[in-house]
Design a protein around this ligand. Structure first.
Ligand SMILES: Cc1cc2nc3c(=O)[nH]c(=O)nc-3n(C[C@H](O)[C@H](O)[C@H](O)COP(=O)(O)OP(=O)(O)OC[C@H]3O[C@@H](n4cnc5c(N)ncnc54)[C@H](O)[C@@H]3O)c2cc1C
Length: 395
């Protein structure tokens, strides 16, 4: 792949930059800056999504027939670069980047017509019902039971760690429709309206103090078989396809580059304020190390994007992205925590209402705590290594 941009591509970059200058609202940038959670607040995300939809730039990765763009990999890269530079948040990927490719690849024409426009417009807000109390890394052991009853299934069981289930009006779920010889056999993939009687959402508050995740209970929930994606008992195939999009296919290197730039700004400020922090050169060395690793992550992302442009799925290589994105993001979080030292303590205000914490330190601790989960969700680091060993290296 040629990594130099053509004059047309550089022109496109300027067009994107101008669009962002004129259309990216400041409240959206501020929310992205203060946010510590995996996903930005729902209302802010949908506000930004609506602006991009109006411009026709919300889903560059989708085929044109469904509202995507016929951009080259370089254009997609430049678009993402400019968005992160301008401080725009990532759109919430659950419907747009994870479920939609599955519906496009395996859904019926009726399902495509029903769901894709509503995912794009934001009318449907989705959550992911994969994990269960006894099934996380060993996802295929899942046991939420879906019993056949005429044209419907009756569901009993629960899903756990369901991000944004308290905001979602729909959930895509893996359910057990058959106990086959292998646990992977007998799983089906269902699309469920959260307002169906018998669905109950209970919050789980994380150590960062955020309400992001939930446990979702299903008590005799009736779901039409017409809401099943693909064949009964073949859901494992569709589930794995979705995970490839969850773990890869984006441009995380650009996002992390903005975060490391932020850390550099804090370092300059500490320097100018003559604050006490480690000046031994260790910080510079660690920043340089992260920047070198970021370059290699970026090249891998471009390689995968190039494959996607030819109509492929991200493949097992997406595990390389998930592994390295997480490692680098957590390295940036740790560096920021160490740099600001005791300023990172989670104390926002004294009794008289004045703040102990410097403004630049306010999001560092919440981000550090929240991002500990990145090495667990979407499949833990150990699980990604197992996939790379088996599927990429053939060990
Ligand atoms: C913040 C957050 C948000 C989440 N959001 C969602 C969501 O929206 N939807 C959803 O379905 N799920 C979600 N999850 C669940 C997530 O996918 C699971 O937590 C994850 O797959 C790990 O499963 P587990 O928690 O059961 O841990 P376990 O599978 O019990 O793992 C425990 C430890 O054992 C290690 N381990 C397990 N098996 C192996 C192995 N074969 N080889 C080596 N090491 C192994 C793991 O790496 C881990 O360190 C979320 C989790 C978190 C923390």
């Amino acid at each position: 792949m040629d990594l130099k941009f053509s004059p047309e591509e550089l022109q496109f970059q300027l067009e994107v930059r101008r669009f962002l200058q004129e259309n990216l609202p400041q409240n959206v940038v501020d929310a992205a800056q203060r946010g510590s959670s995996v996903f930005i607040e729902k209302d802010i995300a949908l506000e930004w999504q609506a602006i991009l939809v109006k411009k026709g730039w919300a889903v560059p990765g989708w085929p044109v027939e469904h509202g995507g763009n016929d951009w080259t990999p370089s254009q997609k890269y430049l678009f993402s670069l400019e968005c992160y530079r301008a401080g725009a948040p990532m759109l919430i990927p659950l419907g747009l980047m994870m479920l939609a490719p599955v519906i496009m690849a395996f859904g019926t024409e009726k399902q495509k017509a029903k769901y894709l426009p509503k995912i794009l417009s934001g009318e449907h807000y989705w959550c992911q019902g994969y994990s269960e109390p006894g099934s996380g890394s060993d996802l295929a052991s899942l046991s939420l039971k879906a019993e056949s009853d005429g044209e419907d299934y009756i569901l009993n069981g629960s899903k756990i760690w369901t991000t944004h289930a308290h905001f979602a009006d729909h959930i895509f779920c893996l359910v057990r429709t058959h106990n086959g010889e292998k646990p992977q056999q007998g799983i089906s993939f269902l699309l469920i309206d959260m307002s169906t009687p018998g669905v109950e959402v209970k919050p789980i508050i994380t150590m960062a103090g955020d309400h992001e995740t939930n446990q979702v209970f299903f008590d005799n929930v009736r779901v039409p078989k017409a809401n099943r994606i693909g064949e009964e008992n073949k859901g494992w195939t569709y589930a794995k396809y979705l995970l490839e999009f969850e773990r890869g296919g984006g441009f995380s290197a650009n996002r992390i580059r903005q975060e490391i730039n932020h850390v550099k700004k804090i370092a300059s400020r500490l320097e100018s304020e003559n604050a006490s922090f480690d000046r031994s050169g260790d910080i510079e060395r660690r920043i340089a190390r992260i920047e070198i690793d970021l370059k290699s992550l970026e090249i891998t992302e471009l390689r995968i994007l190039s494959a996607l442009a030819d109509g492929g799925a991200p493949g097992a290589e997406s595990s390389i992205l998930k592994l390295n994105t997480t490692r680098l993001e957590q390295a940036v979080n740790e560096l920021a925590m160490e740099m600001v030292g005791y300023e990172a303590l989670a104390m926002d205000a004294t009794e008289d209402g004045s703040s102990y914490r410097k403004d630049y330190a306010s999001s560092i601790t919440p981000r550090y705590l929240n991002n500990r989960a990145a090495s667990i969700f979407g499949g833990s680091q150990e699980v990604q290594r197992n996939i790379i060993a088996k599927m990429v290296l053939g060990l």
